[in-house]
Design a protein around this ligand. Structure first.
Ligand code: GDP
Length: 444
């Protein structure tokens, strides 16, 4: 079924073969197919709409690197935007609180709450060496409490003894008390669900939350939850402000679009995914993998990444050659800034170096932030080609025009020119030095 999508997209992509910057029509056409991909992947409609708007904004005018097609470039941009919206990195369960740390599991009936409770408890016990107590607060579904008890026995995790007829809030209080007295690190509350969201369920969740003051409130949701994902996440988040989401049944053929919907609506991270019925079928959530899955075009993404890498290497080598000849104009500076921004800006680059925490703070204080790169690039792009190649042309009136064009003060234009002069001088000096200068070595 998804092969069709790739074929369709392939057709569109093949038609777009123009080089240079992406035009609005290139983007719109490719985005129509991407929109279908997202809908087929179960991303909720309002989210699809706002998502594709964001992508369009980012894509129109973007430079298409040599050797790849504009449509492929759009796919890459879509992918990056997906990863960004899914939260970039993985978020583990937070146990940073006084013991016993309470984790409350919420969600609809059949979402996989009880299974998830067992999986998480097992991981915390076996991998993280925590002492965990599980308690079922599901007094509605017959045998729900029994189900958790069996799970506990299978995995050697303690469960709160069942007292017939006790109400959820009281069970919660008893669980916390037992956890305190028994010296448990973590207490997990498996709450009752309903077939759909209703007021009594929400009231019950609020009461349990008030009584147990959980450190984590995890919404357990079926990855196949399509258009309902938005309502589900919104309701639970509004009523018991969740701290994270676990998506179950990721082993099925759902494409994980619910992840994007839920994350977008709540802003809360997807923390874990369930990938099977067994107790060890638990994985951390990796935004990049889910983005690949939602889009179903991982091969195009890596193709574009490789092409971009090759171009970067080519550009870096060319830059090194120019520098050694002592030539470094504002075009080169702009290229440098672009490369730096691509690497995550100053803070991203600094982050890659060990032990620069302090320096990072100083840089922040000096206002050397990402926006600075952007502003500097804006200043350079407000210049004419001639000015960029010959910065000496830049006298007061030109500077004024450039400042106005890029929305900055003239002082900032001057600062940029000064920085460029210093860099150019430094490079000239190095180029004249013995053989391959320090910079040459640095640039490979
Ligand atoms: P609850 O009502 O939310 O507590 O749901 P359960 O934990 O009882 O799970 C309902 C069904 O879904 C059970 O048959 C589970 O074995 C199954 N299930 C739970 N998580 C997963 C998962 O990640 N993958 C698959 N394939 N099945 C799951």
């Amino acid at each position: 079924m998804f092969d069709n999508l790739s074929d369709r997209l392939g057709g569109i992509l093949d038609k777009l073969t123009k080089r240079g910057a992406l035009s609005e029509s290139d983007v719109s056409e490719a985005l129509r197919e991407v929109r279908r991909a997202l809908i087929e992947a179960d991303v909720a409609l309002p989210i699809v709409r706002s998502f594709t708007d964001k992508v369009k904004h980012r894509a129109v005018g973007a430079e298409v690197v040599k050797s790849i097609k504009p449509g492929q470039m759009v796919v890459k941009i879509v992918h990056d935007q997906l990863v960004e919206m899914l939260g970039e990195e993985s978020h583990p369960i937070d146990l940073n609180a006084p013991a016993p740390v309470c984790i409350m599991m919420v969600g609809l009936q059949g979402a996989g709450k009880t299974t998830a409770t067992g999986k998480i408890a097992r991981r915390l016990t076996q991998r993280d060496k925590r002492k965990v107590l599980m308690a079922s607060l599901d007094t509605r579904r017959p045998a729900a409490q029994e189900q958790l008890k069996v799970l506990g026995e299978q995995n050697e995790i303690d469960t709160l003894p069942i007292i017939e007829g006790q109400q959820p809030v009281d069970i919660a209080k008893r669980a916390l008390n037992a956890a305190k007295l028994g010296g448990y690190d973590v207490v997990m509350l498996d709450t009752a669900g309903r077939g759909h969201i209703d007021e009594p369920l929400m009231v019950e969740m609020e009461q349990i939350k008030a009584a147990s003051n959980p450190h984590e409130v995890l919404l357990v949701a079926d990855a196949l939850t399509g258009q309902d994902a938005v309502n589900l996440a919104k309701s639970f988040d509004e009523r018991c402000s969740i701290t994270g989401i676990m998506l179950t049944r990721m082993d099925g053929d759902g494409r994980g679009g619910a992840a994007l919907s839920m994350r977008a609506v709540t802003g809360k991270p997807i923390k874990l995914i369930g990938t099977g019925e067994k107790s060890d079928a638990l994985e951390d959530f990796h935004p990049k993998r889910i983005a690949d899955r939602i889009l179903g075009m991982g091969d195009i993404v890596s193709l574009v990444e490789k092409a971009a890498e090759a171009i970067d290497a080519e550009k870096a080598a060319e830059m090194a050659r120019k520098m050694q000849k002592g030539h470094f104009d504002l075009n080169d500076l702009s290229e440098q800034l672009k490369q730096m921004e691509k690497m995550g800006g100053m803070s991203g680059m600094m982050g890659m170096l060990p032990g620069v925490g302090k320096m990072k703070k100083q840089l922040a204080a000096a206002n050397l932030d990402e926006n600075m790169f952007k502003r500097q690039m804006a200043i350079i792009s407000s210049m004419t080609a001639q000015e960029r190649a010959k910065p000496d042309l830049l006298k007061a009136s030109r500077k004024k025009r450039i400042a106005a064009g890029s929305g900055v003060q003239v002082a900032e234009v001057n600062k940029l020119l000064k920085m460029h002069r210093q860099m150019a001088d430094m490079m000239k000096a190095m180029g004249k030095g013995k053989g391959k200068g320090m910079l040459g070595k640095m640039m490979g």
